[in-house]
Design a protein around this ligand. Structure first.
Ligand code: NAG
Ligand code: NAG
Ligand code: NAG
Ligand code: NAG
Ligand code: NAG
Ligand code: NAG
Ligand code: NAG
Ligand code: NAG
Ligand code: NAG
Ligand code: NAG
Ligand code: NAG
Ligand code: NAG
Length: 473
């Protein structure tokens, strides 16, 4: 969109209004009329006169000749100006250089990405969601030294990131690099002249490939505006570098589903713009430092499937924007801090399979009116079933299974109109019969697990609608 704006501005400024002789007009030569004609003829010019750069046309033909499409071929007609071809945009200089190729979701296959390399003025390249394959050729990035947006996501590009030897440029205007969901591999090294010179980089997404080595933080040095980094779903290993803390404008850091180990460096907790910290399914150890509560903009904190220990930061309630707190399957100990219920925007709270203890009845759950998913299963909570949970009107799934809770499921449960999943199995509850009669009124309830609770003659011993676990995620 910014691009469109720039382009139409440039058009207005650069297009010479007076180069075309005035057409004969039937109205009296009146200042207003003259203006109309000038504007109309200028428009006519814009439509008819752009004739695309012949070298660029040749590169495009090469490209189109080397890709095929199972839906419909690129219908790039030689008798039409290439600036008007599907997906192509040109600039407004006299050269009419090709500046944009945008052909997402075209089912294009082939592997000759290098044919676009000669389009020296290309600033936007979007070939996302196609079937393009093969490696990115050496020098690919530095050849496209006007590129601002590169989106090659959802293809089958393979091999390592290209070497960028021999470039005499040290500044590249690239802002967005999306190479996600391909088959790329190897390390992302600080020897990449291209990435080191990407001073304007805002967003870098390499998720869902097979990259190895440490997650790079060197871009934090050169790109002060860096705001989105996504390294998830790869084979990155090693520790998160403290240098990551220099990405001071970072709002999204995603590196989940890798092989990252060590502690989360406290420098991360200085990234005051951070909104999403997504690091699940790694081998992270150590504690979650209380200084994390400085990240006032955090909406998503997902650190599940790691080996984190220590307690939940006691000031967690300071994270007043938090919507998703998912710390399940770790080794977290201690009690749930009372301040947690001050995170009133929470939608998902998952603390399942940790070593949490304590009495939940004092927590002001009723403040969590947006909460949809509450999973506190498989810990060591004691005391009565926390009644206040049942005043969270948005709840769709509740799991307390595998604790040491006593008492009864309160009758307010019938007021949870969206409830589909309820699991209290493996606790020490009483009056399961009473609960069952109440739960009949929860119309949407489709999964109920109450097995293995306190048993005597009057209570059914094994009450489950289903045996499999359909807890929503
Ligand atoms: C190419 O464009 C010309 C002029 O508009 C048209 O006559 C011709 O049919 C087109 N060719 C194809 C193959 O679409
Ligand atoms: C890349 O393209 C995909 C699909 O066409 C889109 O969903 C995604 O947002 C784009 N990436 C960026 C960074 O704009
Ligand atoms: C990165 O790309 C993937 C798709 O491949 C997408 O799901 C994810 O949201 C993107 N990350 C960011 C931070 O935009
Ligand atoms: C990874 O990419 C594949 C193939 O494009 C896609 O089917 C899958 O959904 C992606 N996975 C993630 C987690 O983005
Ligand atoms: C930081 O990122 C925001 C968008 O997330 C942007 O508006 C702002 O200009 C950036 N600041 C710097 C110093 O780059
Ligand atoms: C993950 O890292 C460990 C060392 O920390 C290594 O032994 C293991 O092979 C790695 N696994 C994968 C799948 O790369
Ligand atoms: C975090 O920022 C504070 C100032 O805001 C600074 O004093 C402190 O040294 C920083 N900590 C780290 C670990 O960078
Ligand atoms: C938790 O800690 C115990 C002992 O300290 C260890 O045996 C277990 O593997 C740990 N679990 C996780 C998920 O890290
Ligand atoms: C929750 O927030 C309120 C208002 O900011 C504050 O008075 C209260 O002490 C907080 N509760 C906890 C347990 O932190
Ligand atoms: C849990 O807390 C409630 C309310 O403070 C109290 O009445 C109850 O005795 C406590 N239960 C246990 C097991 O500590
Ligand atoms: C069992 O539960 C039902 C329904 O909530 C209630 O009416 C009944 O009083 C309870 N029985 C006991 C002994 O608490
Ligand atoms: C492998 C392949 O198809 N190469 C073709 C790429 O496009 C040029 C120009 O159309 C052809 O000459 C090549 O044969």
């Amino acid at each position: 969109m910014v691009y469109e704006e720039m382009r139409s501005k440039a058009k207005g400024l650069l297009r010479p209004l007076t180069t075309k002789p005035l057409q004969p007009v039937s109205c009296h030569i009146h200042l207003f009329c003259l203006l109309c004609v000038l504007i109309l003829s200028a428009l006519f010019f814009t439509l008819s006169e752009a004739v695309c750069n012949s070298q660029d046309q040749e590169s495009l033909l090469w490209f189109s000749g080397n890709v095929s499409s199972s839906v419909s071929p690129l219908n790039w007609n030689l008798s039409i100006d290439c600036c008007s071809w599907e997906g192509i945009k040109c600039d407004d200089t006299s050269e009419s250089d090709v500046t944009a190729i945008s052909l997402p979701l075209r089912r294009l296959s082939g592997n000759l990405i290098w044919s676009v390399q000669n389009l020296h003025r290309l600033s936007h390249l979007d070939l996302s969601h196609n079937l393009l394959s093969g490696p990115l050729p050496p020098g690919f990035f530095s050849a496209l030294d006007h590129l601002m947006v590169l989106n090659l996501s959802y293809n089958s590009f393979s091999g390592e990131l290209p070497l960028e030897h021999g470039s005499n440029k040290f500044f590249f205007p690239i802002q967005t690099i999306d190479l996600s969901s391909n088959l790329l591999q190897g390390q992302i090294l600080n020897t990449s002249i291209y990435l080191l010179g990407a001073f304007s980089l805002i967003s870098f997404n390499v998720s869902n490939n097979s990259f190895t080595g440490p997650i790079p933080s060197f871009m934090c040095m050169s790109s002060p505006q860096l705001s989105h980094l996504d390294f998830s779903y790869n084979d990155f290993a090693g520790r998160i570098s403290r240098g990551q803390g220099r990405c001071l404008n970072l709002s999204v850091l995603r590196a989940g589903f890798n092989n990252i180990s060590g502690e989360i460096p406290v420098e991360i907790y200085n990234l005051s713009e951070l909104e999403e910290l997504f690091l699940p399914a790694n081998h992270l150890t150590g504690k979650i430092d209380n200084s994390i509560t400085r990240l006032k903009k955090l909406t998503l904190l997902e650190l599940y499937f790691n080996h984190l220990e220590g307690e939940i930061p006691k000031d967690i309630g300071h994270l007043s924007s938090l919507q998703s707190l998912q710390l399940h399957v770790n080794n977290i100990t201690g009690t749930v801090p009372l301040s947690l219920t001050n995170c009133t925007k929470l939608v998902k709270l998952n603390l399942r399979i940790n070593r949490l203890i304590g009495n939940l009845t004092e927590l002001e759950f009723s403040q969590l009116q947006r909460l949809k998913i509450l999973d506190l299963g498989n810990n060591s909570f004691t005391g009565d079933v926390p009644e206040k949970v049942f005043s969270c009107k948005s709840l769709t799934a509740i799991r307390f299974a595998g604790n040491k809770l006593t008492g009864q499921i309160p009758p307010q449960v019938k007021e949870l109109e969206s409830l589909t999943f309820l699991a209290f199995s493996d606790n020490i509850l009483t009056n399961i019969t009473g609960a069952l009669s109440i739960l009949q009124r929860c119309r949407k309830l489709s999964i109920l697990m109450l097995a293995r609770n306190f048993y005597d003659e009057t209570f059914p011993s094994n009450v489950n609608f289903v045996s499999s676990d359909g807890f929503p995620s």
